[in-house]
Design a protein. Structure first.
Length: 279
């Protein structure tokens, strides 16, 4: 993989035009949400465990940790690749009904008609503008607002009838998942383990994992860690508290533990993130 592409992929948000040739050999798996808009040509791609055909009237949406690999394409194949962290998606969907969340995390290819294509093109240009100088001023807030608009636009595209026809495991699963998210909001700064939330719900950790993955394709541990990371980045961005104080406020036993957690998910230390954010 070319070094400049590797550098782009490490950023929290990014945009670039590409043929996806750099995914042919070994594929790529990112910890971000990916929106792939076909500009020209046609390609066959492998996403997760399935093969899909990408054409100009289609948009590819990928949840984090889903492998992407191009298998073959026409010579003129080109896409706009847009990426943003899963925390932004969660912020945009926290008030959405479970049916839509399930659809959002399970449907990979979205067809777009001429009118909706224009809307997506507007989103692309605004997104490109926002990430061109990402990290300065209010560019993160701008990207978040764009993702929020994208999610609500996708919700409108789905239509109520389509959501009604989408089956979930059961009303019990919906209730458990909703209660888990409410408990997480209440106890996040004190409890970081799946066992705690499963115990509060009077179910096993294994069953909570099955419910969570069935609803949005993410394990409870991934949701807990992503939520913690989002809160940590907000605190590092928006106040002058010491990293020790932030680690305590988020329920970590000490700064060293918090640092290891942050580096595992973000691939940099809290101090490095704070300095880069200020730049």
């Amino acid at each position: 993989m070319e070094e400049n592409i590797r550098s782009l992929l490490a950023q929290e948000c990014f945009y670039f035009r590409t043929s996806l040739n750099w995914t042919v050999e070994s594929g790529v798996t990112l910890d971000k949400c990916l929106l792939v808009m076909v500009e020209r040509g046609k390609a066959s791609v492998f996403v997760g465990e399935n093969e899909y055909i990408l054409e100009r009237n289609q948009i590819l949406f990928m949840r984090p940790e889903l492998p992407l690999k191009k298998l073959r394409s026409t010579t003129d194949f080109s896409v706009s690749l847009m990426a943003f962290p899963p925390s932004m998606l969660r912020d945009s969907t926290e008030r959405m009904e479970p049916r839509f969340l399930l659809l959002l995390f399970t449907q990979v290819i979205w067809g777009v008609d001429t009118e909706n294509r224009k809307l997506v093109e507007h989103f692309r240009e605004l997104f490109r503008f926002a990430v061109a100088d990402y990290g300065r001023g209010y560019t993160r807030e701008l990207v978040l607002s764009l993702v929020n608009g994208l999610v609500y636009g996708a919700y409108e595209m789905c239509g109520a009838a389509r959501l009604e026809n989408l089956s979930l495991d059961s009303s019990r699963s919906r209730e458990l998942f909703r209660n888990f998210m409410e408990l997480l909001h209440e106890h996040l700064t004190r409890e970081h383990e799946v066992q705690f939330y499963a115990g509060k719900l009077c179910i096993s950790s294994k069953y909570l994992t099955q419910v969570s993955k069935g609803m949005i394709g993410r394990t409870p541990k991934q949701i807990i860690d992503e939520t913690l990371m989002h809160e940590a980045m907000k605190l590092l961005d928006k106040n002058n508290s010491s990293i020790q104080d932030i680690s305590v406020s988020l329920g970590f036993p000490d700064q060293s533990y918090f640092g290891r957690f942050f580096k595992r998910l973000k691939h940099m230390s809290p101090q490095q993130y704070r300095l880069r954010s200020k730049r």
